[in-house]
Write a protein that binds this ligand. Structure first.
Ligand SMILES: NC(=O)c1ccc[n+]([C@@H]2O[C@H](COP(=O)([O-])OP(=O)(O)OC[C@H]3O[C@@H](n4cnc5c(N)ncnc54)[C@H](OP(=O)(O)O)[C@@H]3O)[C@@H](O)[C@H]2O)c1
Length: 243
């Protein structure tokens, strides 16, 4: 279904499933019209846009591989022409590759950096020229970035998310004159994580003793949308992961 509503417009990358899907539903409930970006999950994206439309907001889904700059440019040209405005970009794509660093090859390294870091940069680059003043960018990071410790598993992922934090802060400083705020939310181990410890062990790394829920993350996103004096911050939503 085509869009051209009167509400503010949010674009969410990797929006069709899991955390991205929950973010889209939460944003629609707050009054955003949605552009759901997906890569392969077309059926999920279509069911999500139908559910959002049924609740009275406009929504449409567009396929994109954020690692390909030309694809990203084309998708944002389409959004500019169709929705005509952009108020919120959520860079939610974050491929986690828990390979041991000694087994990590250049192909895997490049793929992770391309999707998680370059992809977010391409989206910001093509979104910012037509983003509304007072708009928001929210990047999705990972817990523990500010006191990063060695982890031999997922090094490419950690590097990509650390780069995303640097990008977040630079863009926050650079676009503050337009009152565009750029922040980051950094989940710890969510209850849908692929390497979640068993409930009796999670307290070893998570002082609050439980896995995170999707609502814990959307709560922080909603806070950032309301917090008009907050930019360039990174919020860990992790129950105190590795404090
Ligand atoms: N889940 C956790 O425990 C956890 C913990 C810490 C941080 N995070 C962060 O939270 C965010 C969401 O996590 P998640 O577990 O919900 O994510 P996910 O399921 O791993 O991925 C979200 C979506 O990203 C899309 N995607 C992947 N590569 C893409 C590409 N090159 N171009 C466009 N789309 C691409 C996929 O879309 P399609 O399905 O359409 O292919 C996928 O559905 C990520 O940034 C992740 O790093 C998650």
């Amino acid at each position: 279904m085509s869009v051209s509503g009167d509400g503010p417009v949010a674009v969410v990358t990797g929006g069709a499933r899991r955390l991205g899907r929950h973010l889209c539903s939460t944003l629609a409930a707050r009054g955003f019209d949605l552009v759901v970006l997906y890569r392969t999950a077309e059926a999920d994206a279509q069911s999500l846009t139908a559910a959002i439309e049924a609740r009275g907001r406009h929504a449409r889904a567009l396929p994109v591989d954020v690692a390909l700059e030309a694809d990203v440019a084309s998708v944002f040209r389409d959004i500019r022409a169709t929705e005509g405005r952009l108020d919120l970009l959520v860079n939610n794509v974050g491929n986690y590759n828990p390979q041991h660093v000694t087994k990590l090859d250049p192909t895997a390294w490049d793929a992770t950096l391309a999707a998680n870091l370059s992809g977010a940069f391409y989206c910001c680059y093509h979104a910012l020229p037509f983003m509304s003043d007072n708009g928001n960018i929210i990047n999705v990071g990972m817990a523990g970035l500010e006191g990063i410790r060695a982890n031999v598993h997922g090094t490419d992922y950690y590097v990509s998310k650390t780069g995303l934090l640097v990008l977040t802060r630079a863009l926050a400083a650079a676009h503050a004159d337009r009152r565009i705020r750029v922040n980051m939310v950094s989940p710890g181990q969510l209850d849908n994580s692929i390497d979640l410890p068993p409930p009796d062990k999670i307290g070893r790394t998570v002082p609050l003793g439980r896995a995170g829920h999707l609502d814990d993350v959307t709560q922080a996103v909603e806070y950032l949308l309301d917090a008009s004096y907050v930019t360039g911050v990174n919020i860990d939503i992790s129950g105190g992961y590795r404090l």
